[in-house]
Design a protein around this ligand. Structure first.
Ligand code: ADP
Ligand code: ADP
Ligand code: ZN
Length: 215
């Protein structure tokens, strides 16, 4: 099964992808995570992407489609894939069609997480992750059970993304509205789109996604 999670920054794509990874053994391909790893490693892709990401704008279609192609090549064909944060433009959606067809994969579902823009700023500015295992948290909505200690791995180090500030979030939302939301009709025409209320609790969102994917 291959699915796309679509939604503006902070909609809950990463949170829900992680649940699908642990519940269903699917693999999460997050272009944001892959780009941040490239920036950290100082690779040629990272050097090109850093300033664009810091500004909240979109990295070039060629770069992101290239890294998705490489990531798919590293996976056994029967591994279910969750595309998290990709595609984000019409050009990327068309590239993904080719990447999947070349690898004898097909797209099963496109799930759109619908959220109020006002709520997104609060979600994004409160977001933090475990520096060791990457588990996601939120200052208000999902705090570690023991303050300052990761539930998953026990680490006491956490990090926040440099682009998770109110100003950059506004740019990222505008990019979503202008370039990403317009790809939905492509998938609607193929009957692949389901919508989920992303304002519900994390558990309710997860249940709604599971109902769409079936058992
Ligand atoms: P995305 O990957 O779409 O940018 P995340 O999954 O990282 O979004 O979620 C953004 C922040 O909001 C995180 O701190 C996460 O813990 C929190 N969050 C995710 N889903 C919900 C939800 N349904 N209700 C409240 N907070 C949520
Ligand atoms: P969020 O979780 O807030 O939706 P991501 O982690 O997916 O954000 O992306 C962070 C940044 O990485 C984006 O603002 C953009 O600069 C870059 N990026 C990630 N995925 C893509 C993509 N598919 N196309 C272009 N840029 C991307
Ligand atoms: Zn951890």
């Amino acid at each position: 099964m291959n699915i796309i999670l679509l939604g503006p920054p902070g909609a809950g794509k990463g949170t829900q992808a992680s649940k699908l990874v642990s519940d269903r053994g699917m693999v999460q391909l997050s272009t944001g995570d892959m780009l941040r790893a490239a920036v950290k490693a100082g690779s040629p892709v990272g050097l090109k992407a850093k300033a664009v990401m810091d500004a909240g704008e979109l990295v070039s279609d060629d770069i992101v489609s290239g890294i998705i192609g490489e990531a798919l090549d590293a996976l056994p064909i029967d591994t279910g894939v969750i595309f998290d944060g990709y595609p984000r433009t019409e050009a990327q959606a068309l590239s993904l069609d080719g990447l999947l067809a070349d690898r004898h994969r097909k797209l099963d579902h496109v799930i759109e997480l619908e959220v109020d823009e006002d709520a997104l700023v609060e979600r994004i500015t409160g977001r933090f992750t475990c520096a060791k295992c990457g588990a996601g948290y939120h200052d208000t909505f999902l705090t570690p059970k023991v303050d300052g200690v990761c539930d998953s791995c026990g680490s006491t180090e956490f990090k926040r993304r440099p682009d998770d500030n109110e100003e950059t979030v506004r740019t990222r939302m505008a990019e979503y509205r202008g370039k990403t939301a317009p790809i939905l009709p492509i998938y609607e025409a193929r009957g692949l789109v389901s919508r989920v209320d992303g304002m519900a609790s994390m558990e309710a969102v997860s249940a709604a996604i599971n109902a769409i994917l079936g058992t």
